[in-house]
Structure formats: C-alpha cells, structure tokens
Design a binder for this molecule. Sequence first.
Ligand SMILES: Nc1nc2c(ncn2[C@@H]2O[C@H](COP(=O)(O)OP(=O)(O)OP(=O)(O)O)[C@@H](O)[C@H]2O)c(=O)[nH]1
Ligand SMILES: Nc1nc2c(ncn2[C@@H]2O[C@H](COP(=O)(O)OP(=O)(O)OP(=O)(O)O)[C@@H](O)[C@H]2O)c(=O)[nH]1
Ligand SMILES: [Mg+2]
Ligand SMILES: [Mg+2]
Ligand SMILES: [Zn+2]
Ligand SMILES: [Zn+2]
Lengths: 205, 205
Amino acid sequence: QDLFGANEEAAAINAAVFREHGNRVFDIMGSVGTGKTLLIESLCERLGDKYRILMVAGDLATSIDADRVAQHGVDTLQINTQTACHLDARMVRVALRDVDLSKYDVIFIENVGNLICPAGYPLGAEKKIVIVSLTEGPYMIRKHPLTIKRCDAVVINKIDLAEALEIDVDAIERDIREIDAKIPVVRVSAKTGTGIDDLIQVLGL
Amino acid sequence: QDLFGANEEAAAINAAVFREHGNRVFDIMGSVGTGKTLLIESLCERLGDKYRILMVAGDLATSIDADRVAQHGVDTLQINTQTACHLDARMVRVALRDVDLSKYDVIFIENVGNLICPAGYPLGAEKKIVIVSLTEGPYMIRKHPLTIKRCDAVVINKIDLAEALEIDVDAIERDIREIDAKIPVVRVSAKTGTGIDDLIQVLGL
Ligand SMILES: Nc1nc2c(ncn2[C@@H]2O[C@H](COP(=O)(O)OP(=O)(O)OP(=O)(O)O)[C@@H](O)[C@H]2O)c(=O)[nH]1
Ligand SMILES: Nc1nc2c(ncn2[C@@H]2O[C@H](COP(=O)(O)OP(=O)(O)OP(=O)(O)O)[C@@H](O)[C@H]2O)c(=O)[nH]1
Ligand SMILES: [Mg+2]
Ligand SMILES: [Mg+2]
Ligand SMILES: [Zn+2]
Ligand SMILES: [Zn+2]
C-alpha cells in the first residue's frame, strides 16, 4: 500500500518529466510469464522504425528481459528490485536519472511479474496495461477486481492456446466487462502476432 | 517484508498450536494459475480416505478455490485478503480461531497467487511448497532465487504441456539445483495425475 501517498506524488513528478520530454510511457504489468516481454518484443519490431523506443525492465533479479528486448534494436535498461514485488515511481525516477529522455518518443516499462501489487503503484505512465494469459485459468479476472479497476486496458494473451487449454475467452472478457464496462480489451498472441495491430491502436501508437 | 519479526513470532505460535493438535500443515504457494488448486484437489482425492483434511484457501477475492476443493469431500475455509498480496501467520491464526483443529490430520493452505511475497511470510506450516508451471516460461526460477531458497520443495506442474510449449524441463530443474542443490523437485501434471504419488512421498504423506 502507498502509505502517505508518497508514490502518488512521485508518479506525478515522473508524469510531468515525461510530458516535458515528449515521452509516451506505458506501464506493462501482469503475473509471471504472461508474455509481457514477448509482447514488448513484438511491439518493438512493429514500431521501432516509427518511434525511438526505450524499454525499462523490472525484475527482482537478472537482466534477462532487458537483454531479450535489446536484440530488437531498442535501448534498454534493467531495474533489479532484489526484494520489492513491484516497481514504484521513485525506482523509475532513480533508474532514469542519467538518461537523456529527449532521445525517446516511447518508453515501455515492464513491471515485476505480479498481478496484484503493481496495480497499486502508478509510475507516472500514460497508461497502465495489464497482460493476462489464458494459461492462468478461467478465474484470474474475478479474483483480481482491484487490478482490473486500476488499469487502462486489458490484454488477453496466448489466445493461440485457447483450444488446447479449453479456455472460454468470451467468459474471461465478460468477467472484465462486469468490473469495468468500458475498458478496452484486446485478444492477442505475442507468439503468432495476432491482435498486435489492435493493441497498437489501443495504445494510441 | 516482515518488519520487527512479528510474522516470525506469529508463525511460531501457529506451529506450536498445529503440533499440539497433531496437524500436518502444508503451505502451497505459486504464481497465478500455476495449478495450486487442481493439485490440492488431486491430493484430496488420493488422501481423503487416509487422512482427515482441511483446506484453507487464500485469495484477494471470491471463494472459488475453497468451493472447488469442497467438491472432494474435505472441509474448506476461505480467507479473503481484499488487498494483501500474501497470507501471513496472523491471518491464518484468526481464520482458524473457531475451528476444532483436533478434527484434522492434514491442513493444506493455498496461498495467494504470487511467486514473491508469500516466500517471505512463513505461516507455521511444516513445509512451504512452491508450485511453478511450464506455462510461465523458462526463466521463472532464475528470476526468483529468494523464493526457491526459502521453500522446502519445488513442484514443476503442467508437464503434460512440455512438448506443446517447447519448454526444456531439465533446464528448469538445473536452475533450481543451482540455487539449492538438495531441494526436492517433483515434476507433475495436476491434470493427468502424473507425479502425484512422488509429490505425496515428498510431502511425507
Ligand atoms: N503459446 C504462446 N506462448 C507465449 C505467448 N506469449 C508468451 N509466450 C510464452 O510464455 C513464456 C513467458 O513469456 P515472457 O514473454 O517471458 O513472459 P513475461 O510476462 O515477460 O514473464 P516474466 O517477465 O518473467 O514475468 C515464454 O515461454 C513465451 O514463449 C503467446 O502468445 N502464445
Ligand atoms: N494442462 C494442464 N493444465 C493445468 C494443470 N494444472 C492446472 N491446470 C490448469 O491451469 C489453470 C489454473 O489451475 P488452478 O488449479 O486454478 O491454478 P491455481 O494456481 O490454483 O490458480 P490461482 O489460485 O487462481 O492462482 C486451470 O485452467 C487448470 O485446468 C496441468 O497439470 N496441466
Ligand atoms: Mg518478462
Ligand atoms: Mg487456486
Ligand atoms: Zn507486493
Ligand atoms: Zn507482497
């Protein structure tokens, strides 16, 4: 929980700094292995010529995700939280302190793999995007109403596995609509590329 | 983080209470949708005649998991944390306050879907079991070394999907061994039943 609203304040500062430098910043969150990195890799492939992109990866340990995305010709930065289960606005500000933000049009921040805590910590991004995966089973939306309420769009990933896993994707979308009738929902497969154009449209990129 | 060791203290109290009533308690943790509930359902089917079982489910919202497990003829209890991303020892003690623990031989506690925080909060259980799933991708072990260090056994679930997902299960086990050379590792499919007997042996049930 954000005691004393300290994170809200830090997020507002980040948002102002990003606006000042013309950065469009997206906070990509979701549980472990829902496809956040693969999705960002696909977005970098599709948008790398149109925008100058920086990718900031957040994990307790390793630089695996930043290294993966760096293969796609974009600049990357890794934040290791060591014990914190979510990125917060202060960590992001500190990580970007020595970065010349005027070099970038778009910044993708991949949050720590966790469907709960990152929802409570805005980073100053333009949009907080939640990536859920069909492999998480049919109940993950109903079990995390706060996360759905606090985000700006929901991406249902790994739809290429819908038949193999016997998951009813319509039911998942209904669960989302029940919590937020108007939130954008995009069905994608980061693996096959299905839905990536719709996602780009939802992001306004 | 467990400030001032308050949770450690509460966990010790729980452990003493469980010993006093002859309860063997297992804390089952893992990220969202890794198969914790399906695994517990399988264990209840296999062990329900041999032991009197209580299942305690932890989630931010809903009683979906307790309801699922109740179908297998065992007593269940649901804890809704509302915002907390992990169960702690105090929540467990409060939930069990009006329960006659002498009625049970085995208690399965399913923690909140989260690979990070529950690792830092012992509940007073005999063993903390981490369930990882092949659907989380190949890097989840390296990214969560603290979780692996703090648990007593690792269950690699959904191995029935190994080929379809092209995941190298040996590599995942090597990553675990790198962090803890001696920790028991069991490969299972909660869906097909593969490995459940090995898991029962590892649990000492
Ligand atoms: N079938 C299928 N697999 C996918 C898809 N997207 C990702 N994966 C697989 O899911 C696993 C995890 O993908 P990642 O991109 O590492 O997921 P992540 O959310 O970044 O994971 P963490 O950052 O570790 O939480 C990998 O094995 C991917 O190949 C998809 O659309 N379809
Ligand atoms: N193929 C396959 N699917 C599985 C297996 N175990 C669980 N699943 C599926 O994975 C999804 C999630 O299973 P659950 O048992 O609800 O997982 P969970 O860890 O309890 O989920 P939460 O409590 O919501 O975090 C469901 O769609 C299950 O059918 C398995 O061994 N193989
Ligand atoms: Mg990633
Ligand atoms: Mg469950
Ligand atoms: Zn947290
Ligand atoms: Zn936590």
